[in-house]
Each structure stands twice: as C-alpha cells, then as structure tokens.
Design a protein around this ligand. Structure first.
Ligand code: SF4
Ligand code: SF4
Length: 139
C-alpha cells in the first residue's frame, strides 16, 4: 500500500464508527442459554450425588450433613468447572442452574473460586472441618 493511501485510511478511520465494543462500558445482552456460574439450592436435594459423580471436571461436591434430615452443602470449584451443564441435566430435582448473567469470573485470588452453597450454619460447620459420619453398615 502506498504511503498516501495508508495516511488516507488512517484519517478516514478517525471518522468511522468503532468496529469494536467499548466493553465494559457497553455490553451486549448474553444469550438466554449461556452457561454461566453454577448455582445450587438445597430445596429438593436428595443427596443422590448424580451431579458430582458425572462431573467430568470434579468441580462439584455434595457434602452430607444429615442424610435423614436432607441437609447437604454443595462445594463448587468454579476454577475447575468446564461449564458443560452435565450436572444440571443430571439433577432430577431442579437444584442446579447456570446463570446466563454471571460469566465475568476473573479474580485476583483463587480462593473466590471455591463456593459453598447451603444453609449458613451447615456451611460454617463444613468450613470448620466437619466430616460426615460413615453410613452404618448392615453386616
Ligand atoms: S443431582 Fe440434584 S438431588 Fe442429586 S445430589 Fe446433586 S443436586 Fe442433589
Ligand atoms: S457444569 Fe460440568 S464441569 Fe461444571 S460442575 Fe457441572 S458437570 Fe461439572
């Protein structure tokens, strides 16, 4: 390209609409089916662990606090998750959802990628090192 043509193009581009988006000031709406951050709600959870067993990234754990009382805590490792949505499909009780709005997951510290879901006192117990008792054997 000749020098004057180059200069011409540079000047013209000053008056053209920007081809790029001014993110994060401007945002396009995310698609409804975008698989963003995983959320878990305890209502309806049976502790079947179909979600965690099938997770290809070992990114979700269901910690049993009290099986009879259906008390569980979910530990989600967002930094391992590959956002495949398999756990959401596997859960027959609608406990898992992926938010299309939450996808900007960069952080400075990796601790924020380990997320606990559940009732606050149960999460507190897990953080303090709670270990679920082994189920009683029938033998
Ligand atoms: S698959 Fe659903 S019901 Fe089963 S442990 Fe996971 S969240 Fe709970
Ligand atoms: S979305 Fe996929 S990788 Fe992430 S927790 Fe669920 S099954 Fe695991």
């Amino acid at each position: 390209m000749k020098r004057h043509t180059l200069l011409q193009s540079a000047i013209q581009s000053l008056f053209r609409r920007a081809a790029t988006q001014r993110y994060p000031a401007e945002r396009t709406p995310t698609p409804e089916r975008l698989r963003g951050t995983l959320h878990w709600k305890p209502e309806g959870c049976t502790g079947c662990c179909l979600c965690s067993k099938e997770c290809p990234a070992n990114a979700i754990e269901i910690i049993t606090i009290d099986k009879a009382a259906k008390k569980f805590v979910a530990r989600y490792h967002a930094d391992r998750c590959i956002y495949c949505g398999q756990c959401v499909v596997n859960c027959r009780f609608g406990c898992l959802t992926m938010s299309p709005e939450e996808w900007e997951n960069a952080a400075l510290h990796k601790q924020v990628f380990t997320v606990y879901y559940g009732d606050a006192p149960d999460v507190e117990r897990v953080l303090e090192g709670f270990v679920a008792p082994e189920p009683a054997s029938n033998s």
